[in-house]
Write a new protein. Structure first.
Lengths: 194, 119
């Protein structure tokens, strides 16, 4: 019989129970990993494990943040783990794309003097200005586009649309991607010149 | 993929909130890997992550806490107490000295003098 939330809280509050943290982690880590895997927010197992672990460690450090009157312990941990995973996905996308190359098709006036090197976003101040003005979520979306991410799921997570039904989610993600890319296209256009 | 609980236990090694911190310091000073540490504690290797994720013994309840942990994992208390005490002492030395100094201190303490060194 698994322990209820009040039992766990009691164990974690008991200063003499030095193994409560270990038992809690062993009980909840597989459950949270399974939950996050079912959510299909990412195929990266390492990120899933880390997010589940972060939720558990944060809870162990501050169990009193959990209010059983508001939600179940399971719901609280799942919500925390999912939030941690969303943050981790955004950080990972940023890390991968810190030096991302700008999509060539959005750069009609590239002035691409070297045949060897594709144009880079950072070579075009007007495009850099557009990128830097994007809200954080949209900037992440842009970086994902530039990195060639095709699946809808990660975009929906970043944009906070993953609660929508799949068809609405796909349509909303498509609109968001088009809106973001249009900003770059508009900024690139003046460079085309007469 | 490696065991998620083992990964979590490794992740908390820098954190003195968990027993993992003292055990990691002890293992480093003894040159032990996880299998060696488990053997030194008399613990099956697959139980080591569980032990690492426990809280360390409190200084004012050291023996009762060590006995609680030892009883919980079915291991003798003495090696666990020795590992925790030495691990925590090394952590204190490290905190009191810059990392390079602590390393030099430990190296100087542990190493035999070269045969041709002056007295």
């Amino acid at each position: 019989m698994p322990l209820g939330s009040q039992d766990w809280i009691a164990r974690l509050r008991d200063p003499a129970d030095r193994s409560a943290t270990s038992d809690f982690a062993a009980a909840w880590l597989p459950e949270l990993i399974a939950f996050l895997t079912r959510r299909r927010l990412t195929a990266d197992d390492v990120l899933v494990q880390e997010a589940a672990g972060t939720a558990i460690l944060d809870f162990l450090k501050a169990p009193d943040r959990f209010d059983p009157a508001k939600r179940s312990l399971e719901g609280y941990l799942r919500m925390a783990a999912e939030g941690d995973l969303r943050n981790a996905i955004q950080r990972e996308v940023r890390r991968r794309n810190r030096e991302v190359q700008f999509p060539v098709e959005l750069d009609p006036a590239a002035g691409n003097e070297s045949d060897d090197e594709p144009p880079r976003l950072d070579d075009f101040p007007e495009l850099v200005a557009v990128r830097d003005a994007l809200p954080e979520a949209e900037r992440t979306v842009f970086e994902m586009i530039a990195a060639g991410v095709r699946a809808t799921g990660p975009y929906a997570v970043v944009l906070g649309l993953d609660g929508l039904p799949p068809d609405e989610q796909a349509a909303a993600v498509k609109r968001a991607k088009e809106r973001i890319l249009k900003r770059f296209q508009r900024a690139a256009r003046p460079r085309e010149g007469p | 993929m490696t065991d998620p609980l083992a990964n979590l236990a490794r992740r908390v090694e820098p954190d003195p909130f968990f027993l993992a911190a003292a055990l990691a310091e002890y293992a480093r000073t003894e040159g032990l890997d996880d299998a060696g540490l488990a053997a030194a504690l008399g613990l099956p290797p697959d139980r080591l992550p569980h032990l690492k994720l426990c809280r360390p013994p409190r200084s004012d309840h050291f023996w009762p806490d060590v006995e609680h942990l030892a009883g919980r994992f079915g291991i003798p208390p003495e090696p666990l107490a020795e590992a925790v005490r030495r691990g925590e002492a090394v952590a204190l030395a490290r905190a009191a000295n810059p990392p390079t100094d602590a390393g030099a201190f430990l190296a100087a303490r542990d190493a035999d003098p070269p045969a041709d060194s002056p007295p």
